[in-house]
Design a protein around this ligand. Structure first.
Ligand code: NDP
Length: 333
């Protein structure tokens, strides 16, 4: 079995030296367990947090052990009643070619609804993050202005499309002209700003949001968020989803202190973790599946081929290589 281990804790941006590939035997399949062949593997920004030895909502990855993340795979041997060979399952499993899992650790998925990789994206964790973060905390109303940072990523591009379904005016912020073109031309965002080529983001936002900002879905934090917060309307809502621009900083970034902007606008900023909504996952997943089937939501995946490219795919999240959900295709289905 080929595996990827975390062998040292990154300081700043992770490097390939923090990881190692290793060969290991595959253990026998025990009672109520299945052997799963990895087909698709998810690389996600939150995994950077687990590589540090810091207290968070999930414990740090132990050193010299296989990294654990979202995986879609095929059952190739079963000693469990409820799963058979050929079933496609999803679970939080090891970054390795084969996993042994207890049946409670995986969930069978329906490959007829959509391609199986989408269970790592639009029909999975990122989709549910967009759905609940926007609708429960953001609560966009018709005609309101919704601004999204990280707008061309897995979560961001879904947030924008859901906000459009709700009748909002949608403005995205992303890091390349290709991404800007995609979200405006293909996804129907009303305006978009390339933060890497725009000198004055605040001024560009001001132009793109003539009626101010009612909802700010924050995926990135830092200076981009500082600029958005200066444009909040009265009663604005801010789902705090991610802070990717800060994940590789060794020391906290002390930016402008913007709490007074929240006060002036009587705004609500609320952090959330998608698992807060675990009890409502079925509702969210079936609504997302329906929108995808009706063509109301488009999804995009950035699929890198080959297990050996997993680390590059992960690192690419921090340099913006991905348009849409970053996934590694490990084996043919
Ligand atoms: P994405 O698909 O959006 O990939 C990350 C993107 O972030 C990159 O493509 C890049 O796009 C952008 N980015 C990277 N570095 C920076 C930076 N320094 N400044 C601004 N943008 C940057 O990832 P996800 O959709 O999976 O996740 C988006 C955010 O949501 C992350 O912060 C993640 O941690 C968070 N999240 C939170 C969850 C929760 O439960 N609260 C669950 C899932 C995700 P660009 O080219 O635009 O720079």
């Amino acid at each position: 079995n080929q595996q990827i281990l975390l062998v040292s804790r990154p300081s700043g941006m992770p490097t390939k030296e923090n990881f190692a590939f290793k060969q290991a035997p595959i253990p026998d399949v025990g009672e109520n367990e299945v052997l799963i062949r990895t087909l698709y593997l998810s690389v996600d920004p939150y995994m950077r947090g687990r590589m540090s030895d810091r207290k968070s909502y999930v414990p740090p990855f132990p050193l010299n052990e296989v990294i654990v993340g979202g995986i879609v795979g095929e059952v190739i041997e079963s000693r469990a009643d409820d799963l058979s060979e050929g079933d496609i399952v999803i679970g939080n499993l090891g970054w390795q070619l084969y996993n042994i899992a207890d049946t409670a650790e995986v969930r069978k998925i329906d490959p007829t609804i959509a391609p199986i990789s989408t269970y790592l994206g639009v029909l999975g964790m990122p989709g549910l993050t967009a759905y609940f973060g926007l609708l429960d905390i953001g609560q966009p109303r018709e005609g309101e202005t919704v601004v999204i940072s990280g707008a061309a990523g897995a979560v961001g591009m879904l947030v924008g499309q859901i906000a459009k379904i709700k009748g909002a005016r949608v403005v995205g912020i992303a890091g390349s002209d290709e991404k800007i073109d995609y979200i405006t031309k293909e996804l129907g965002f009303d305006a978009a700003i390339n933060y890497k080529t725009t000198n004055d983001i605040k001024q560009a936002l001001h132009k793109a949001c003539p009626d101010g900002v009612d909802v700010y879905f924050d995926n990135v934090g830092g200076e981009i968020s500082d600029a958005v917060l200066s444009l909040l309307n009265h009663g604005a809502r801010i789902p705090l989803c991610g802070q990717i621009s800060l994940y590789n900083l060794e020391k906290p970034d002390i930016g402008p202190r913007l709490q007074s902007q929240l006060l002036i606008a009587s705004a609500l900023m609320k952090g959330f973790i998608v698992s807060d909504y675990a009890k409502q996952f079925n509702e969210g997943a079936s609504q997302l599946a329906q929108w995808v089937q009706e063509g109301k939501i488009k999804y995009k995946e950035n699929i890198v081929e080959g297990f050996e490219n997993t680390i590059d795919a992960f690192l690419g999240l921090f340099t913006g290589e991905n348009l849409g959900k970053q996934i590694v295709k490990v084996a043919e289905h």
